[in-house]
Structures are given as C-alpha cells and as structure tokens.
Design a protein around this ligand. Structure first.
Ligand code: FAD
Ligand code: NAP
Ligand code: SF4
Length: 693
C-alpha cells in the first residue's frame, strides 16, 4: 500500500488494513468476504448478476472474496445422470470449458473493479446432504437433515471424487480465479470422512484418524498438483463442529498440521455442521464468539488462519486480530448488508456502515427456501442489476410520514437520489417498531440499524421532525407524500377483552404494565415469540455475554470436548413464571418463524418451560382467567396476565384523508399491508418505490 493511499481508518484499524504476504501473492488487507450460496449461481443470467454483485464488493475494498459453492461433479448432458455432490439437480458446477467462460465474467469483473482484490472459488461437494438421490458418502448413513440415504463410495468412487476436485480447481484457475476454497466442514463430503459416526469404513479411508484424514488430504494434494504452487488453496475446517461425539480438539489440531503439509495456503475455521443443535451465526450469538477457537488452531500451524462468525464491525475485526486469534477475518453477511464496508472503515466512517443484524431473514432463509439471497437492511444485495439508486433528473419535495423501517428506507433512498425529503414521526425517536424489537434479549443488533439511519438522515440532509404527529392539513406543500404510518395492534373480539389483566405487547415490552406469574400469550407469531422470550428470560442477554451464551447452549470453549459440546447439558436461566403461548391454527407453534432461526426460538422457549399450544379456540376472559376450547374440550387457564399478540392492522387514517383531498400520496410498509409484513418486506418495498420516484 503506498503512503499516499493512507486513509484515517488505516491507522485506526491498523491490523485490519495490514497486507498479508502469501509468498507468491499479497492480500491487500485482512478482510475476507466469506462464501455464501446466493441462488444467483443457478439463474440463467447468474454469471452476469454475480459479476455485478462481486465487483461491487471488490470495489468496496475487501481483500479477498470467496464465491458461493460450486460443485465439482459432471452432469451427463441435459439429464442429470450423476449429480453426486451437487446441491440440487442442475446446480452450479465447474466441470467443463463452457462453464469456464461463464466464470470468467465474474473474475474479470472483480479484477477490473479492483485489480488488487483476490477472488477464490469455493468447491462444494455436499456429500450426504446433497439434495438428490444420487448422493454419495463414506458410509451409507443418512444425515438427520436429509431425506436421502447416501450411496457408499467404493475405492474407484473415492478416486473419482479426488480427480473431480483437482479438475475443478484447475478449471477455476483457467477461469481467472486467484484460488479455490475446499470446504471440509458443515457435514459436507470431506468432513464426513473425518468423523467416526459418519465414517464407518473398514478400508484405508476409515477406522483410525490417520485413515479418516486420508481422503481430504488426498484432495488437497491432488488440487495442489493440478494448480501448481502459485495459486491459493484455502481449506475450511470445522474447528468446533458442535456435534455430540464430533471431532476432538486433538483431531482438529492434527488435521490443521497435516493440511499445511499437504499444500494448503490458508486454513479457514468454521464452527458447525448444519445438523448441529447450537446456533452459531444467529443474532442471539455474541459477536466474535468463536474466535478464541481459531486462535488455538493458529498456534498449531505456520500458515495463515481465517476466523469467522458474528464479526460485523471493523472494531470487532480489529480486536480479534489484536488478540492474535487470527490472521484474517471473514465477514460474509456483513458484505451483503454493506458492499462498501471496508471503504467506510478506511475513511474512518464506520458509523455509516449498514450493519448486518444477523437476522438471516433475507439471506440464509432465502437460500434454504430456494429463493435468491438478499439482505433485510440492503435489498440491493444480489439484485445490483435490478435495483439501483440513480440520481434523479427531476428533484421533488417529498414528505415521508412515519420513521419506521419503511419510512427510513424511503427517505434515505429518495434523498440519496437528490430529492428534498422531510421525514416526520409522532414519536420522540426514529425507528418505529424497531424500538420495541431492540428491547428483546438477543435482538440488540437492531440498535445498529437505528444508528445507521440516524447517521444517514443527518448525512443526506433529510429534514427530520420528531414529536410531530402529522394530520392532513400539514401536507399541502409537498410534491409527493409517502405515508409510512405503520400499524395498529389487533384486538380480538372476545368477551372480557377489556379486563384489567389483558395487556398489549407494547405495554409489556415498554415496561408500562406489570406481568404476573401466570401468563397467557394470545398469538404465537413473531411478536408472540419475542414477548414469550422477553418475559421468560432471566439475567443478562446471551448475545452480550459469551459465558451466558455458552451455558445456555452447552458449549465448552476452554476444554473443547468432542465437538465442543459433548456431554454438556445446557443450563437455562428462566424467569419464575408459568407461560402459555397459544394460537388458533392447527399447525405446529412457531412453524412460520424463520427457516434457519425458528428452531432456536422454539428450543429456547421449551427449555424455559413455556407451554406452546395450537388449535386453541378462545371463549372468554373473566376474573378466573382465560377460558378456551382445547381438543374440543373446555378448559380454563387460571392466569393473572393475558398478553395480546394477535397480529396487526394497517394504520391508514392519514392516507385515506390525503387521498380524499386529492393529494399525491402513496402507501408503504405496514400501512400498505400489515398481514405478514415484516421489516424485510417494509424496507424492500420502500427502497424499490424510492428508486423510481
Ligand atoms: P412502523 O415500524 O410501525 O413505523 C410507523 C411509524 O409511523 C411509527 O414510528 C409511528 O410513530 C409513526 N406514525 C404513525 N402515524 C403517524 C402520524 N400520523 N404522524 C407521524 N408519525 C406517525 N420484523 C422483522 O423483519 N424482523 C424482526 O425480527 C422483527 N422483530 C420485531 C419485534 C417486535 C417486538 C416488533 C413489535 C416488531 C418486530 N418486527 C420484526 C416487525 C417490524 O418491526 C415491522 O414490520 C416494521 O417496523 C414495519 O415498519 P413500518 O415502517 O411499516 O411501520
Ligand atoms: P403474525 O406473525 O402474523 O402473528 C399473529 C398471531 O396472532 C398469530 O399467531 C395468529 O395466530 C394470531 N391471531 C391473528 N388474528 C387473531 C385474532 N383475531 N385473535 C387471536 N389471535 C389472532 O404477526 P405479529 O406477531 O404481530 O408480527 C408482526 C410482523 O412482525 C410479522 O410479519 C412478523 O413476521 C414480524 N416479526 C418478525 C419477527 C422475527 O423474528 N422474524 C419477530 C417479530 C415480528 P392464529 O390466527 O392461529 O391464532
Ligand atoms: Fe445480515 Fe439479516 Fe442482511 Fe442476512 S438479511 S445479511 S443476516 S442483515
């Protein structure tokens, strides 16, 4: 880095911006954009969209990018005959020259956007969790999370997998990548050779640990031979796999040393298998929770080591590097949330970073739901060619009423494009319902979104009016009016609903009403779950205290028993309350929660003794409690508090009045559609509309 290029953040985050010499090439800084499968890989125009997506991140200053997983196995023509490790039928793979040409679009775009940013392609063989019935594994043992029984690889099959990996690495090199990452964690093929419970072989690839390491090491050696010395090979290990009976610390350490000898350039540490029952990236996980484990791997080898998981701010990355726990820091989702993360850090403008809140709602939940990835706080992520914020040629004066997620997103996008925006809210602070969400233990990251918008409102010169309840008479002077007034909570039509023991979720979260020892929660949607968490929780938030988190989920970071979890019972600190969480639907309670995080909420509440009930009919409320019909039988819940979390209705009074007056008005967010509206939908809708005005 030349002296002329020194920026204030380069000193503040001196370790993060220190180059790393790999001998044959240099990484310009210590930030890696970690691998994420985005769904772009499988789209007809996927290479073009990936080119735009990665190029924007390269221009944003990250040192090295790792792509989503690309399969190494060949298809037999149009019909997939031999999909083996591919994630899905016709999943993205790199096995032939035609595909090399597609990948060149990506590598060229990245290197044009930033010649000193490196890009590595991840080789992903899903092994026993591939979504197809041609899947293969060391032994015919079905994964807890797969519906298919894998076919056991014979020796020729193992050799074919080694050859396929090497061929794929060679093609990646031809396509212009600076390296490959081989994934040897998460329950994918290579990792299942390492662990005894998934490798029951009796030949030289099973049995002793030396034998179980043989296949992954042969893959690395074959790849190294195929690509020569001057090509990056990252190998991703499960440094703590979070499996009962998983890898011991000694096995992790030995594998790391052997990988170095086999020709690995960089070891990347991962902390889970998909089937493990410990959250490792959800918002309830403390920041940088796992980096101490990487630190121990680093002591075992002389090649650089990457750490990851819940590192979402430059100061967190800098601290990890300062503690000597890693050479490089991988931030995957934070680069979705803000492509300019590293440039902002370099300019000492970290308060302008749109921080990843680890909600998984638009990234992993989409990926696992078969949808293209995006980001709750940044709808442009993976949609760079579809959503762009171009300067307007006809600036308007715009009033945005309501500074919740929809209003804040609309106001900032419109102002960024050159419109003159006035933003009003009746409350004394911006944020709308995010001011309630941030109070829920484990959701502290929501403060970051409010910090980001506060900064952007100021930076973009938006005229902010707080404590300003707007009525229609105040709106005559604007060219355009955007009503983002949100919702009003639904009150069920039920005998006794006015009883004094009935309270709203708003009063409970704000601490305006006391909650008794026996509580019924009517409604088990996102808010019902959050409220159940709030009132069943005792002590400090696990998201802010790593010891609390470790106890809650039964992890031993210090002694690292097998998998980090073997033999440890989670210790749950719960409030002294009897809680019923209820819904009328017959479906399982919590079924509508996030695909990748819902299980953590269900497990947490059931460990705290919250009773979840479905198929309930509410009959009436009286001095004795809540009368219900359950399995067609009348029942009485003798509770002293009933919290209503029964969904929401759009608040459109202002919109209706403006419309009646013939004003140029549009609706966004919860005020437009309250049913099933969350912050992801609110910000997304508002951003698209503001991009067009
Ligand atoms: P709101 O956030 O409701 O904002 C509307 C704003 O308009 C308010 O600030 C209000 O004061 C203002 N206003 C109304 N009328 C007027 C007027 N006449 N004049 C001036 N101002 C006015 N969503 C997720 O996606 N993920 C989550 O994890 C999540 N967790 C949640 C947890 C809780 C406890 C709650 C309550 C909600 C949660 N949500 C979550 C839902 C999410 O917060 C909402 O979907 C989102 O806030 C809707 O945004 P909005 O801008 O449409 O409305
Ligand atoms: P919701 O998720 O739609 O849940 C509403 C609940 O109320 C349901 O359990 C519903 O179940 C019940 N209900 C509906 N009408 C009722 C009635 N008339 N009487 C009694 N019960 C009734 O809405 P929400 O919990 O209010 O959340 C609002 C939005 O915020 C949602 O979009 C939600 O996704 C989002 N949010 C997300 C998260 C998150 O972590 N991702 C957290 C909080 C909120 P039955 O109809 O079966 O009784
Ligand atoms: Fe982070 Fe949520 Fe965006 Fe995913 S959707 S990148 S978890 S903020």
């Amino acid at each position: 880095m030349s002296a002329a290029a020194k920026l204030p953040g380069h000193e503040k985050y001196a370790r993060l911006f220190q180059p790393l010499d790999l001998g044959f090439t240099t990484l310009k800084n210590r930030a890696i954009m970690g691998s994420m499968h985005t769904g772009l890989e499988e789209l007809p125009d996927g290479f073009e969209r990936m080119a735009a997506y990665f190029a924007e991140r390269a221009a944003g200053g990250v040192g090295m990018i790792i792509t989503g997983g690309i399969a190494p196995n060949e298809e037999g023509g149009v019909v997939v005959k031999d999909p083996e490790g591919n994630p899905v039928f016709s999943a993205s793979k790199l096995t032939n020259q035609r595909e090399v040409e597609g990948h060149k679009l990506v590598t060229q775009a990245v290197h044009e956007a930033s010649p000193d940013t490196k890009i590595c392609m991840q080789i992903l063989h899903m092994g026993p969790i591939a979504y197809n019935d041609g899947l293969v594994a060391p032994s015919p043992i079905r994964s807890r999370i797969s519906k298919y029984m894998p076919n056991e690889l014979d020796k020729a099959g193992i050799q074919k997998q080694i050859d396929d990996h090497a061929h794929c690495a060679k093609l990646a090199q031809e396509a212009g990548y600076d390296g490959v990452e081989i994934i040897g964690s998460a329950g994918y093929l290579l990792s299942t050779f390492l662990v005894e419970k998934t490798n029951q072989r009796t030949d030289e690839y099973g049995g002793s640990y030396e034998n179980r390491m043989r296949f992954p090491l042969e893959v690395v050696r074959a790849c190294r031979e195929a690509v020569g010395d001057e090509f990056i090979i990252v190998f991703r290990i499960a440094a703590m796999d979070m499996l009962q009976g998983g890898m011991s610390w000694e096995e992790v350490a030995q594998l790391s040393r052997e990988l170095e000898k086999a020709g690995t350039s960089i070891i990347s540490t991962h902390f889970t298998w998909h089937e493990s029952a410990v959250p490792t990236i959800a918002t309830m996980v403390p920041r940088a929770a796992f980096t101490s484990v990487t630190g121990r791997v680093r002591n075992e080898v002389s090649i650089p080591v990457i750490t990851s998981n819940r590192i979402n701010a430059p100061e967190v990355a800098e601290d990890v590097l300062e503690r000597g726990e890693a050479d490089l820091v991988s931030m995957a989702r934070p680069m979705l949330a803000d492509s300019q993360f590293m440039n902002k850090a370099a300019n000492d403008a970290a308060d302008e970073i749109n921080t990843c809140i680890a909600c998984n709602q638009a990234c992993l939940d989409h990926t696992f739901g078969g949808k293209t990835t995006s980001c709750l706080v940044n709808p442009r992520a993976c949609h760079e060619t579809l959503l762009s914020y171009q300067p307007t040629s006809a600036p308007k004066s715009i009033a945005v009423i309501g500074a919740g997620p929809a209003g804040m997103a609309y106001a900032t996008v419109a102002a960024e494009r050159g419109h003159k925006v006035s933003l009003f809210d009746a409350a004394s602070e911006i944020g709308g319902q995010f001011n309630l969400a941030k109070l829920v233990p484990g959701k502290e990251e929501f403060y970051e979104t409010l910090r980001y918008y506060t900064k952007m409102i100021d930076k973009l010169g938006i005229e902010l009016h707080l404590n300003a309840f707007v009525d229609v008479d105040m709106l005559g002077d604007f060219d355009h009016i955007v009503v983002a007034t949100g919702i009003s909570p639904r009150t069920p039509d039920l005998e006794g609903i006015d009883d004094e023991k009935v309270v709203s979720y708003i009063d409970v979260l704000k601490g305006n009403k006391k909650v008794g020892k026996k509580v019924a929660i009517m409604g088990a949607g996102g808010i019902g779950f959050d409220v159940a968490d709030f009132i069943s929780h005792d002590g400090p938030s696990g998201a802010l205290d790593i010891d609390v988190f470790a106890k809650e989920w039964g992890i031993d970071f210090e002694n690292h028993p097998r998998g980090g979890v073997t033999g440890i019972e989670p210790e749950v600190a719960s409030a002294d309350r009897d809680i019923y969480l209820m819904q009328r639907k017959e479906t399982a309670v919590g079924k509508g929660l996030g695909k990748t995080t819902g299980w953590t909420h269900r497990l947490t509440l059931s460990r705290r003794g919250v009773k979840m009930m479905n198929g309930i009919e509410y009959l009436r409320i009286d001095e004795r409690g809540l009368h219900i019909l359950r399995d067609n039988k009348p029942d009485l819940l003798e509770v002293d508090t009933i919290i209503v979390c029964a969904g929401q209705k759009p608040l459109r009074t202002l919109y209706d009045a403006a419309k009646e007056k013939g004003l140029p008005v549009e609706l966004v967010g919860g005020a437009y559609e309250a049913a099933e509206l969350d912050a992801k939908a609110a910000i997304n809708q508002a951003s698209y509309l503001a991009a067009e005005i």
